[in-house]
Every structure is written in structure tokens, then in C-alpha cells.
Design a protein around this ligand. Structure first.
Ligand code: NAD
Length: 509
């Protein structure tokens, strides 16, 4: 499973390399022998590899393997799971460049600005959850000398984890080490458009994990994903993806009363208060807009609320900065921005841009439709676009575009901007920019979002609580608390102690 052959196949080789799924410690094809070709979004049409098109029988095999592996994995002292996770973290770090290059090729995320930081975060997440594996602790009630009343945090069993394509390594890092540290086993369903790095992650993990503890199935959402959600042997579904698909999954998981957590879409507000327009502010806005991830981030600050006092200056400077960013081959060190994932997303973003350009109220300060000639037509490349003149009612300001498109909206009254920021079905992330820290924090507290950043716009950091309000999700990941809430269940044990001791009261439901 060498990455080299995917990124640079041997000269003269005509058929794409083959990658297999990991089930029960074996690398296998799909039971029905079907395949899917994985193409590079940065090099339109270039086939990187073919992977099995997994289906219900493959999911069934993977769930059986995970169930079989569960008791032994669960019953170990936490130090054993910890040791394994820390070794995996070291191995991931040792192969970080390989992971980064492969993820740049199969997602289109630029190597320098996105893929490398993501590979580094993955290793950090394994190290973090390995480190806190012993914190999956229960409590003891002070119930008197004749009673021992305590709780145990026990794993849920088999976790079915479903990943999106936009940052597969990071999202796998939110789920896999947390579920494993708590004693669960896993069936991971990679996104159909970006499975290659997940298979490499599995290869690295497999060296340290007993067979069946981590299984990876490739295939479509409709077939493999749905089979995982409906499988009675899966105790929990941990899903990251679109709100639309998440709603359907919630219905199916709810029907069979499986545990469920959802990390879904966002249309995140970024509120700039009056004050000095510094380079730091402009850099922060570039970062929070997730433009260097082609805007393909659920936490992208894509609604930019600019106070009228700074509106023109911020717009002009931000447009200049965005216009200077280099869009290009994701594997090229000089690219700030890579390509979007596939033709469907490319066309969808183009359609939003056409909608914006046709709206007389909106003005493109920078960007617009993608180039129609030159090297950028060789992949699914869009250029950063900043619209001014926005209004909360516009489609571009309401729907998740998942492209490098920001809509600026002017404001004057703080109550008004808070109302506009909260006027959305989503509630994932938000950003507040103000040199008046009292004002910034007061505003942060009023925003309906699971994650608010003040005067900074970076990505998730290990140990933070992460998850959405409203239709952006249910449950939390990335932190110890999220791991305990999301991947364990509480068992209460009440023990009568000592002969002749007072028995526990016999009331209760
Ligand atoms: P998607 O919902 O189309 O697919 C996500 C995953 O679900 C894929 O693996 C897909 O194969 C699978 N899937 C699709 N239909 C399914 C079904 N019926 N049953 C089971 N599985 C199914 O999302 P995407 O296009 O891959 O990713 C983009 C979306 O993900 C955006 O909306 C983005 O905001 C969201 N996202 C959210 C977060 C977060 O942390 N909140 C992070 C990344 C992406």
C-alpha cells in the first residue's frame, strides 16, 4: 500500500493502482468484486487509484469483525490502549509528509497551507486521546459505610463512523482515537471522493491494533454508508457531513434507537466591530473564511458583517489580500489554494457565483467566475470571491456554498448584527473581531453557535469542545468531555457491604 505508486505510478503502467479495504485485519476487495476509480480534483480526470465499491455484505463483514474484536479491546487496562494510540501517533508523525501529499492529491487541498497542517493535527489527536485514555472515569457516591455506589464509563461497542471528503484526516482524528481510547471498536466509512488517505491511515494503525479493532470500508453513501447506519450490530453512528444527509441518518438511527452524533453544515457569521483595521485583522479574516481550503469547511466564516465605520477599508484590504493568493496545483508548494473536490461541487459553486453576479445589489470586490483558459482549467479550480452589498435575505447569505465565496453585509447597530448573525438554521461556528474585549465577549455570548472565536480565525485545536448548535449538529467531539459523552455509557453499580449493614432502600421505579 505504498503512496508512491499512487502519486507517481511506474512509467508505462497503464491501469491505476489498486487499494483494498481493511476488514478484520485483512486487506480485501468488495464481496461483489466492484470497484470505483478515484480521480485527482487538482488534475481533472487523472485516476489516482481504484478502490472497492463496498456494499452491504462488506459492511456486514466489517461489523462482525468489530464485534468480535470488541470484548478483548474493551477489557484491557487503559494503559494498553494508551500505549497503542501513542505508538500510532508517533508512526503518523513519521509518515506525515506521505499523508499530507496523498491528501493533497485526493482532496485537492493545498499541500503547504492545508494538507500538512491537517496531517500534523491527526498525529496530535491520536496523542491527545491516547494521553487522556485513563480519564474515562466513573464517580463514587458517599452513600455511607454499608454501601458502595459507583459508576463505570463503559464503551458503547461498535462505532460506525462516516466521514466527509473535505478534511478526511482531521475528521477521522476527531472520531477514531477518541472511540478507541474509550474501548470501542470501529467501522469507518470513508467518503467516496477521498478514501485514499483514510486507507493509508488504516495501514498505519493496523500495524499496532489487533485485527478487527479498526475496519475501513470504501463505497458510496447510499450503499455502504446506509448499510452501516441500518446495521443492528452498530451501537453508535458518528457522522460528519451535510445537514441534509445527517437528517436522513438521524431518522434511520433513531428508528433502531442507536446512539448518534452529528457534525453538520454551517453558514458562519464573522462580525467586525469598529476600530483600527490592522494586518492582523485582515489575516484573521482570510483564515476564518477558510479561503485557503477553497471555502470547503463547515466552519468557514462566509457571512462577513462589517460595521459601517470600517466597511470600506476592510473590504478594500481584504479584496487585495484575497486577490493576491495563488490558486494552483494542490501539490505545488507555492499554491495557497487548491482545487474543489469534484465537478458537482465545481458546478454548484459556479451556479452560486452566477446568482451573485446577476444580483444588482451585489458587487464582486474580487474574483468571480472561474477562468476558462490557462492552467486552472486543468483541475476544479475556483478563485476567491468577495461580494459586497449583501443582505441577510439573499440566497448567497443563507445557504452553505462550500466554496471560496464570502458575502459582506454592512451593519451599524449591535443588536441588529446579532439578530442577523443568529438568523439562520445553522449554528456551528462564529467569529467576533473587536479591540473592546468586553464588547467582543458579550457578543460571543449572544451568538447561537457551538464554537465562537474572538480576534482569531484558526481551525480546531486538540482538547477544545467542538460541535454545533441548531441544525449544525448534535454532540461534541475533539475533547475529553466529548469523548466521554459521545463514546461511553454510564453504568451505576450499588453494592451492599458488610454483614448486618443496613440494606439499601427498596423504593424506586
Ligand atoms: P455528505 O453528507 O454528502 O457525505 C458525508 C458522508 O456521508 C460520505 O461518506 C457519504 O458517502 C456518506 N453518505 C451520503 N449519503 C449517505 C446515506 N444515505 N447514508 C449514510 N451515509 C451517507 O457530505 P460531504 O459532501 O462529503 O461533505 C460536505 C458537508 O459536510 C458540508 O455540508 C459540510 O459543512 C459538512 N461538514 C461538517 C463538518 C463538521 O464538523 N460539522 C466537518 C466537515 C464537513
Amino acid at each position: 500500500m505504498s503512496e508512491q505508486s499512487v502519486l507517481s505510478p511506474p512509467a508505462g503502467e497503464s491501469s491505476p493502482p489498486t487499494r483494498l479495504m481493511l476488514i478484520g485485519g485483512d486487506w480485501v476487495e468488495a464481496a461483489d468484486g466492484e470497484w470505483r476509480e478515484i480521480t485527482s480534483p487538482g488534475r481533472r480526470g487523472q485516476v489516482l487509484a481504484r478502490v472497492p465499491r463496498g456494499n452491504a455484505p462488506d459492511v456486514d463483514r466489517a461489523v462482525s469483525a468489530a464485534r468480535k474484536a470488541f470484548p478483548a479491546w474493551r477489557d484491557q487496562h487503559f494503559k494498553e490502549r494508551q500505549r497503542v494510540l501513542l505508538r500510532i501517533a508517533d508512526a503518523l508523525e513519521g509518515r506525515a509528509e506521505e499523508l499530507a501529499r496523498l491528501t493533497a492529491a485526493d482532496t485537492g487541498n493545498a499541500l503547504r497551507t492545508q494538507a500538512r497542517p491537517e496531517a500534523a493535527l491527526l498525529a496530535d489527536l491520536f496523542r491527545y486521546f491516547g494521553g487522556v485514555a485513563g480519564e474515562v472515569k466513573g464517580t463514587t457516591l458517599p452513600a455511607g459505610a454499608s454501601q458502595l455506589q459507583y459508576t463505570r464509563q463503559e464503551p458503547l461497542g461498535v462505532v460506525g463512523a462516516i466521514l466527509p471528503w473535505n478534511s478526511p484526516l482531521m475528521i477521522a482524528g476527531f472520531k477514531v482515537p477518541a472511540a478507541l481510547a474509550a474501548g470501542n471498536t470501529i467501522v469507518l466509512k470513508a467518503a467516496e471522493d477521498a478514501p485514499l488517505t483514510i486507507l493509508l491511515l488504516a495501514e498505519i494503525c493496523e500495524e499496532f491494533l489487533p485485527p478487527g479493532v479498526l475496519n475501513v470500508v470504501t463505497g458510496t453513501g447510499r450503499a455502504a454508508g446506509n448499510a452501516l447506519v441500518e446495521h443492528p450490530g452498530v451501537d453508535k453512528i458518528s457522522f460528519t457531513g451535510s445537514t441534509e444527509v445527517g437528517r436522513g441518518i438521524a431518522g434511520k438511527a433513531g428508528e433502531r434507537l442507536a446512539h448518534l452524533s452529528l457534525e453538520l453544515g454551517g453558514k458562519n457569521p464573522s462580525i467586525v466591530f469598529p476600530g483600527a483595521v490592522t494586518d492582523e485583522l485582515i489575516e484573521g479574516l482570510v483564515l476564518s473564511s477558510r479561503i485557503s481550503r477553497q471555502g470547503q469547511s463547515c466552519t468557514a466564516g462566509s457571512r462577513l458583517y462589517l460595521h459601517r465605520d470600517v466597511h470600506d477599508e476592510v473590504l478594500a484590504r481584504l479584496a487585495e489580500r484575497l486577490g493576491a493568493m495563488k490558486v494552483g496545483d494542490p501539490l505545488d508548494e507555492s499554491s495557497d489554494i487548491g482545487s474543489v473536490i469534484n465537478e458537482t461541487q465545481f458546478d454548484s459553486i459556479t451556479e452560486y457565483l452566477q446568482d451573485g453576479l446577476a444580483n444588482p445589489a451585489l458587487h464582486a470586490e474580487v474574483g468571480g467566475l472561474p477562468p476558462t483558459s490557462g492552467p486552472l482549467t486543468e483541475g476544479y479550480f475556483h478563485v476567491p470571491t468577495l461580494f459586497s452589498g449583501g443582505d441577510n435575505s439573499f440566497r448567497l447569505a443563507r445557504e452553505e456554498i462550500f466554496g471560496p465565496v464570502v458575502v459582506a453585509i454592512a451593519w451599524t447597530d449591535v443588536d441588529d448584527v446579532v439578530r442577523m448573525a443568529n438568523d439562520t438554521a445553522y449554528g456551528l461556528a462564529a467569529y467576533v473581531w473587536s479591540q473592546d474585549i468586553d464588547q467582543a465577549i458579550t457578543t460571543a455570548h449572544r451568538l447561537e453557535a457551538g464554537w465562537v472565536q474572538v480576534n482569531q480565525g484558526g481551525g480546531q485545536v486538540v482538547g477544545q469542545s467542538y460541535g454545533g448548535y441548531k441544525q449544525s449538529g448534535i454532540g461534541r467531539e475533539v475533547s475529553l468531555e466529548g469523548m466521554i459523552a459521545g463514546f461511553t455509557q454510564t453504568k451505576q453499580i450499588n453494592v451492599r457491604l458488610g454483614s448486618g449493614a443496613t440494606p439499601a432502600p427498596r423504593t424506586g421505579p
